[in-house]
Design a protein around this ligand. Sequence first.
Ligand code: OGA
Ligand code: MN
Length: 302
Amino acid sequence: MTIRLRALSTHIGAQVEGIDLRRPLSAEQAQIIHDEMDRYAVLVFREQHLDDAQHLAFTQALGELEDARGSSLRANADFRLPTTFADVSNLDGNNQVFAAGDRRRLFAIGNRLWHSDSSFKPTPAKYSLLRAVRTPSRGGNTEFAHMGAAYDALDDEAKTLIEDLVCEHSQLYSRESVGFSEFTDEERVRFKPVRQRLVRTLPRTGRKSLYLSSHAGTIVGWTIPEARLLLRDLNEHATQRQFVYSHAWREGDLVMWDNRQTMHRARPYPADEPRDMRRTTLQGEGPTLAVEPGEHRAVQTA
Ligand code: OGA
Ligand code: MN
């Protein structure tokens, strides 16, 4: 089989055909996937109907898994899936839909805000691979926005302003922004903010992108209102429709995205219907601050 790709929009996303993800991935196929991820940032594999083991095997053929634990309000008793998976469903440990007011649900629907996965971890995520096991009768799309295209479209003044800025990211910030602010002391410690560059460079292509996320709540050295206003402006710019692909799920789909050069968000759906989505995540190369802001600029202008 030959792998074929069909672009899904001007800036972002391609549908991949001619590959059976249930079978072991060859080194050549893995290389093609990495190259096309650099290029399209989102790859859609329609109706592959993987099971958990196949989903995990495909993921591990592409890199190092990220530890999926500790990022939600699920207790161990709520785990339906192996700890190698992020449970992105609205289901508890007994496969029952969370009540509308359930705290675990209200925390989880924070993913309806534009974000990049694990931007609140010191080493944030590289790729996420999300599979639809059960979809609701309507709604529940996932939208993706291309942060490289958004960066390119900024004017020079904005590019200069943000070049060396560093943000602090935490799930406390994203949740507080939608009025969810009751956290236990343990959660406040666990969700302690981490620093990330606002402009990052994709290692293999050298392309710059905006590293935005609803988890970003402060800019180091800035007042909070000014930081929030700049981040709001940048988010508004970066999520204009020309930078966005919206995925309407079919059961069995697997969509993978590059968190280094995209943001994504879930869209609403009926709260009483099950939506079973399962995600594996690959770890990034290291902290985005491994290159200090000053050093980065010196390299650039040399
Ligand atoms: C995720 C996520 C969005 C969705 O899996 O990281 O944000 O539509 N999912 O479920
Ligand atoms: Mn996400």
